[in-house]
Design a protein around this ligand. Structure first.
Ligand code: ATP
Length: 437
């Protein structure tokens, strides 16, 4: 099909009013300033897929910064200018951001005796992008409003559900695109096109990922794992031998992948009982599963590569190291609630969820759930000050009394603050009596 047939004027009119109006304003401003202007990248991809996307990236053939300044006069957001890159960002009151980029005409050296080829600015801008489906633009100037610019076959790849790079050395030029390819393929349920797959394998074999800083590699891997379908991403990272880069022994074993399949449901289940459901750190639970087959030495080596935060590091390490003991204890039929409390109290909610999802034993599951529902939030309300008021002298006795108060609370023998005080008083008296006797 010729490019001319791709005009999306009608479809653009069906976007939310504010976006459609903004596109028209941007186009008119382009006309006034004598610039061709385009909406590009992720927005265009998602628009063609019928998906919403709030990230608006505009490309201006001309002075992008002057354009952004003039645009901001109209829409009254907060303008930030990055002079060096010829880019600007406008923050809208509703938290959305608009990015404005200056497209520059670039010259491409072709091999041998061929002359330098000059390409238009929008071509050059799109050619720098990662995949064909992300390398399309829609023109916004009035006379060409809605015209799709697709130099690299993006619309065909959208139809065929393909992730395809624009040129052979794309992954060598920017190895983070390897992770982007995996992410887009699971997010959109697209295939990584065969040749592109080969380029990824070659880039990894040639050590291109070693060129990323440890921090960048960690960030890319973790972001990739968390994208939508966790087990798909992990399988993909395994297939491209990225897991091996973290540690030679690390792999997506059948058992782990199966556990990861139920994880989402398990997390949602626990979320319904949590007062702060958004604070569950999914990535930690996923890593616990992923790393669970490693011995202690290999686990430490893997964690060194994957986790920078000391707290998270030990959360994962301790959860896995204690796994066997915890399961053994929780398989007992007659565990009392205070023993249960003491056993699990040192672990984070992420650890509990991991144990729950990992272990199939019904007692274990039962106890874990009971702990989260009934025991986890129990705290002693009284403090040292209350004990002083009772005439108890500060010292090791404080800890003993408070610990016993906690035990009675966990066992469900006392509930309210007054009961805690009463119990503390009685306990103190009897302890003192014992001592005096
Ligand atoms: P989403 O924001 O939904 O993850 P997106 O495509 O908008 O998807 P961004 O990371 O916001 O992703 O990137 C915006 C656009 O910038 C992409 O559509 C792509 O054209 C380009 N881009 C981003 N990262 C790269 C990269 N590493 N190499 C080349 N082009 C890139």
């Amino acid at each position: 099909k010729s490019l001319k047939s791709y005009n999306f004027k009608k479809e653009l009119a069906q976007l939310p009013m504010d976006i459609h109006t903004m596109f028209q304003q941007v186009g008119q401003l382009g006309d006034t300033m004598g610039n061709d202007v385009f909406i590009v990248g992720g927005f265009v991809r998602d628009f063609l897929l019928g998906e919403e996307n709030q990230d608006l990236d505009f490309v201006v053939e001309g002075d992008g910064i002057a354009f952004a300044q003039a645009l901001n006069e109209i829409i009254q957001g907060r303008l930030t200018i990055h002079e060096k890159f010829g880019t600007a960002t406008i923050q809208l009151p509703d938290k959305r951001t608009l990015d404005v980029v200056t497209a520059r005409r670039e010259y491409y050296e072709y091999p041998a005796a061929m002359p330098q080829v000059e390409k238009s600015s929008i071509w050059s801008d799109l050619f720098r992008r990662d995949f064909t489906i992300n390398a399309m633009a829609i023109q916004l100037n009035k006379s060409k409003f809605g015209q799709l610019i697709d130099y690299f076959g993006g619309i065909q790849d959208l139809e065929d559900k393909n992730i395809r790079v624009l040129y052979n050395l794309s992954f060598v030029e920017d190895p983070t695109r390897i992770f982007r390819a995996i992410r887009f393929s699971t997010r959109l349920n697209f295939n990584i096109e065969d040749e592109t797959k080969t380029f990824i394998h070659e880039a990894i074999k040639d050590g291109m990922l070693d060129r990323l800083s440890a921090e960048r590699l960690r960030e890319e891997i973790l972001n990739t794992i968390l994208e939508k379908n966790i087990q798909e991403n992990i399988l993909s990272l395994d297939r491209f031998k990225v897991l091996e880069i973290i540690h030679p022994k690390l792999q997506a074993s059948q058992a782990n992948v199966e556990k990861l399949q139920t994880l989402k449901e398990t997390i949602n289940y626990f979320r319904t009982y949590e007062s702060r459901p958004d604070e569950i750190e999914v990535v930690l639970i996923v890593l616990m599963h992923l790393l669970s087959d490693l011995n202690e030495h290999d686990l430490v080596e893997s964690l060194n590569k994957l986790i920078a935060n000391k707290g998270n590091y030990s959360k994962i390490k301790e959860t896995l190291e204690n796994r066997k003991i915890i399961y053994e204890q929780l398989k007992q039929e007659d565990l009392n609630s205070y023993d249960l409390y003491q056993l699990l109290n040192q672990f984070s909610l992420e650890s509990i969820i991991y144990y729950y999802n990992d272990c199939d034993h019904s007692y274990v599951k039962h106890y874990l759930l009971f702990y989260v529902l009934k025991l986890k939030e129990i705290h002693v309300e009284i403090s040292g000050e209350d004990l002083i008021k009772l005439g108890i002298k500060p010292g090791p006795i404080f800890r003993i009394v408070l610990e016993r108060v906690l035990e009675e609370k966990v066992k469900g023998n006392i509930y309210r603050r007054e009961e805690e005080i009463q119990f503390a008083q009685q306990l103190y008296r009897s302890l003192k009596g014992e001592k005096n006797a």
